[in-house]
Design a protein around this ligand. Structure first.
Ligand SMILES: Cc1cc2nc3c(=O)[nH]c(=O)nc-3n(C[C@H](O)[C@H](O)[C@H](O)COP(=O)(O)OP(=O)(O)OC[C@H]3O[C@@H](n4cnc5c(N)ncnc54)[C@H](O)[C@@H]3O)c2cc1C
Ligand code: FES
Length: 503
C-alpha cells in the first residue's frame, strides 16, 4: 500500500543503466521535474545531452507529490516582498506562472494524457493567528495585480476564518507528464541512463563523475538536479536546506468536488485536491523534519478525511520529502560563483512542480544564451542566511544529532519479532538491527555516509533516516534518497565511508 498513486498509474519506459565510460558535453544528473525539464529544453534546442538517474525517471519526489501546478506557494509573496522587495516577488510570480504556461503548452503540443485541468488554488486558515497573514498575502497579490479574491467561506465542509483564492492555476498527474517529456527529449536526441547513481564528483574545466558501478562520465557542463545536490562544492547546501517529510493518503470519493485545490496556512498542514482520472480525493500533510516523526502521520490524515468527508477506506498512502531553503526562494543557477560550468536546482519548499520547471527554464537559458533574466531572483544567498535564526537553530540540531547518537548505548536485547528496527549494542558498538519477514537479520553500521550523524529507525517506512540532512537508507543499507551517495556497510565489515566530497 505504501506506493504513490502517480507511480502506480504510469507505465513508464525503461532506460538501460550506464555500462561504460562516456564523454558528454552536457550532462543532467537527476530525472525529476527539474532535471527532465532542463534535459528536454536542451534537447529541443538541438543540444546533445545525457541524463543519468540513480533510480528511474520520476520515481523521486516528482512522482510522489500532490500534483498541483500553481504560483500560490503557501504564504510566500508577502515574505519575499518584506525580505527583499516587491520586484523580487513579481519575478517569483512571473517565472512560476511562465512555468505553468510552458507545461500547458507542452501538454497540448505533444498531446500528453496527464489529466491536466485548470483549477483555482486556495489557501485558508482555521486559526485566528493566521487571518492577518492571509490578508497581508492578499495585499501583496493585489500590488502584483494577480487575479484573486479574499473569502470568508470555502466550497468544502471546512469552517475557515478566511481564505485567499488565486484563479487560473492547474493540477495534473505529474508522473505521466514527466514520463512523456523524458520520452520526447529522447526522440529529440537526448540519452537517458537509469539506475546510474553518481557517487563521486571532480569539478574542473571538464568535470569527472564516477558512477556506483565505477564508470566515468567526463562532462563539460553539469546540471545537478538531484533534489538535494549530490555534490556540494563548498556551496554549503547541506547547511542551508532543511529536509521535511510529508505524508499522503488517497481514497475513492464520488461526490462533487469544486474546481479548486486547497491548502491550509497553519500546522498541522492539510493539502487537498481531487484526482479526476481515479475518482479519488488526495489528502496530504503532517510535515515534519526528517528523522523526527512522533506519531502515525497516515492515521492523522485518515482521521481528517473521515471527519470532513466521511471517507473510511483508503487505497493509497505514501510519503515523500522536500527541502526548505532559508528564505523561501529555491537555489537555481551556478552551484557557486566559482563554478561557471556546474549548475544546481534545489530547495523547492514543496512547490517544485512549477519551481522545478522554472529551474529547468532558467538553467537551460543560462546554458543556451549565457544568461537568464531570472538569475537575480535566485541570487539570494547572503551572509544573512547563514546568520538567520532558523539557520542557526537547524545547525544546532545537526550538531546535537552528530554527537547525541554516539553517547547513547542502545538496547542490548534484539527485538524478537520481524519487521521491527532498533538501535542495538553489539560488543559495545551501536548498530542498526532489523529482521525481515523471512527471518533474515540485517545488522548495519548506522553512521550516515553523508556527514556522519547517527541514523534513526523510521517505523512507518521501514527505513533508516538521517535527522541531519534527510538521507534515507533501506534496511539492507541501500541509499533511498540523498544527500548520501554511499550505502551502509554491515556492522561486522569495515566502517561506513563518509562521502569524501563533503568532508
Ligand atoms: C508530499 C509532497 C507533496 C508535494 N506537492 C507538490 C505540489 O502539489 N505542487 C508542487 O509544486 N510541488 C509539490 N511538492 C514538491 C515537489 O514535488 C518537489 O519540489 C519536486 O518534485 C522536486 O523535484 P526535483 O526534480 O528537484 O527532485 P526529484 O523529483 O526528487 O528528482 C531527483 C532525481 O535525482 C535522482 N538522484 C538523486 N541522487 C542522485 C545521484 N547521486 N545520482 C544520480 N541521480 C540521483 C533521484 O533518483 C531522482 O529521480 C510536494 C512535495 C512533497 C514532499
Ligand atoms: S544526511 Fe547529512 S549526515 Fe546524514
Amino acid at each position: 500500500m505504501n506506493e504513490a498513486y502517480w507511480i502506480k498509474s504510469s507505465e513508464s519506459k525503461r532506460y538501460g543503466k550506464l555500462n561504460r565510460d562516456i564523454k558528454a558535453d552536457y550532462l543532467v544528473v537527476g530525472g525529476g521535474i527539474a532535471g527532465v525539464t532542463c534535459f528536454y529544453l536542451l534537447a529541443a534546442a538541438g543540444i546533445e545531452t545525457v541524463l543519468v538517474d540513480a533510480d528511474r525517471i520520476g520515481y523521486g519526489c516528482s512522482g510522489r507529490n500532490t500534483g498541483k501546478i500553481t504560483a500560490q506557494h503557501g504564504l510566500v509573496y508577502y515574505d519575499i516582498e518584506s525580505q527583499f522587495d516587491l520586484e523580487r516577488a513579481r519575478q517569483y510570480h512571473r517565472i512560476n506562472d511562465k512555468a505553468l504556461e510552458l507545461m500547458e503548452t507542452l501538454i497540448d503540443r505533444y498531446s500528453i494524457q496527464c489529466d491536466f485541468q485548470r483549477v483555482q488554488a486556495c489557501i485558508f486558515t482555521q486559526d485566528e493567528g493566521y487571518v492577518g497573514k492571509i490578508r497581508q498575502e492578499y495585499e501583496t497579490y493585489m500590488k502584483l495585480g494577480l487575479d484573486c479574491r479574499l473569502e470568508k467561506e470555502i466550497p468544502i465542509p471546512v469552517r475557515v476564518k478566511n481564505a485567499l483564492v488565486l484563479n487560473h492555476q492547474a493540477q495534473f498527474n505529474p508522473k505521466k507528464y514527466i514520463d512523456a517529456l523524458a520520452e520526447e527529449a529522447v526522440r529529440q536526441g537526448g540519452v537517458i541512463y537509469e539506475d546510474t547513481r553518481i557517487v563521486d564528483f571532480r569539478p574542473g574545466k571538464r568535470c569527472v563523475l564516477k558512477t556506483g558501478d565505477k564508470f566515468t562520465i567526463d562532462a563539460e557542463h553539469v546540471v545537478i538536479a538531484t533534489h538535494f545536490p549530490c555534490y556540494d562544492g563548498m556551496g554549503f547546501y547541506f547547511a542551508k536546506l532543511k529536509p521535511m517529510r510529508t505524508y499522503a493518503v488517497m481514497a475513492e470519493y464520488h461526490k462533487d468536488f469544486p474546481k479548486c485545490h486547497f491548502i491550509n496556512a497553519e500546522e498541522p498542514s492539510r493539502s487537498l485536491r481531487y484526482v479526476h482520472e481515479a475518482g479519488s480525493l488526495l489528502i496530504v500533510g503532517e510535515s515534519h523534519k526528517v528523522g523526527h516523526q512522533k506519531k502515525d502521520h497516515y492515521l492523522e490524515l485518515k482521521k481528517f478525511g473521515n471527519e470532513i468527508f466521511g471517507i473510511g477506506d483508503y487505497q493509497y498512502q505514501w510519503s515523500a520529502q522536500d527541502y526548505e531553503p532559508p528564505r523561501k526562494i529555491p537555489f537555481v543557477g551556478y552551484l557557486t560563483k566559482d563554478t561557471p560550468n556546474i549548475y544546481v536546482a534545489a530547495g523547492f519548499n514543496k512547490w517544485g512542480i512549477s519551481g522545478g520547471t522554472a529551474a529547468g527554464m532558467v538553467i537551460s537559458s543560462m546554458i543556451l544564451n549565457g544568461s537568464s533574466p531570472y538569475e537575480d531572483l535566485y541570487a539570494h544567498t547572503t551572509l544573512m542566511d547563514v546568520a538567520s535564526s532558523t539557520f542557526v537553530t537547524e545547525n544546532v540540531d545537526v550538531a546535537v544529532q552528530l554527537v547525541s547518537g554516539k553517547l547513547k548505548s542502545g538496547d542490548r536485547e534484539l527485538p524478537k519479532s520481524a519487521g521491527i528496527g532498533r538501535v542495538v549494542n553489539i560488543g559495545g558498538k551501536r548498530c542498526g538491527y532489523y529482521m525481515d519477514e523471512e527471518g533474515n537479520e540485517h545488522i548495519l553500521d548506522i553512521t550516515c555516509t553523508h556527514m556522519g550523524c547517527e541514523l534513526k529507525w523510521n517505523e512507518l517506512e521501514a527505513s533508516w533516516d538521517c535527522p541531519c540532512h534527510g538521507s534515507r537508507f533501506d534496511y539492507k543499507g541501500n541509499v533511498l534518497e540523498g544527500p548520501a551517495c554511499l550505502p551502509l556497510n554491515p556492522y561486522n565489515e569495515e566502517k561506513n565511508r563518509i562521502n569524501p566530497q563533503i568532508r
